[in-house]
Design a protein around this ligand. Structure first.
Ligand code: ADP
Ligand code: MG
Length: 170
């Protein structure tokens, strides 16, 4: 635990993903949580952040392709829900962010302010002091034998939303 409030999460889980099928299973369970606000995905290049997000968007009901937002910084999705309403999901990758001011140029603040939207952010560390604290932190590490170690940590905001990570099982 760090002194930083952001990281002072009481609810956390460590999982091992043996295959992409496990990553898909995790994505499906994440999609079933009533998440709103932002989720920060951290981990080295190739750890599986975009792959997890792709399965997550599909589990939320997105039908088409999921492009990596490496160059566009953010890709917006409007996903039709069973009740006919639309759910906004934004997938951001800030790896190539030069200056956090670029976030206001692309209207990122409005995405973050949108009620009930889910904003999944790879490389949030590029702009962490400019971003509101996330609901959930997901850290992915590729192990020496090619598996993925996943650490999920709920922030205080996530706890205030009464999210519960203990239901996630792989
Ligand atoms: P990142 O976005 O973290 O840079 P990517 O998702 O783009 O990483 O790439 C991860 C790569 O690792 C992909 O080629 C994917 O097929 C592969 N991979 C192998 N096993 C897994 C796994 N369990 N979860 C996610 N990706 C995996
Ligand atoms: Mg990526």
């Amino acid at each position: 635990m760090s002194d930083n409030n952001l990281y002072d999460a009481v609810d956390w889980q460590v999982l091992t993903l043996n295959s992409e099928a496990d990553t898909q299973a995790l994505a499906e369970q994440l999609a079933s949580l009533p998440l709103r606000g932002s989720v920060w995905l951290s981990g080295d290049l190739g750890a599986g952040k975009t792959t997890l997000t792709r399965y997550w968007l599909q589990a939320l009901g997105h039908k088409g392709a999921v492009k990596s937002p490496t160059y566009t910084l953010v890709e917006p999705y409007q996903i039709e829900q069973d009740d006919g309403s639309m759910k906004s999901v934004y997938h951001a990758d800030l790896y190539r962010l030069q200056d956090p001011e670029e976030l206001s140029f692309i209207g990122f603040d409005e995405y973050l302010d949108e009620p009930n939207a889910l904003v999944i952010i790879e490389w949030a560390s590029r702009a962490d002091s400019y971003l509101p604290p996330p609901v959930l932190f997901i850290d992915m590490t590729e192990t020496d034998n090619g598996l993925r170690r996943i650490e999920l940590r709920l922030s205080k905001i996530g706890q205030a939303q009464h999210l519960n990570l203990s239901t996630i099982k792989i």
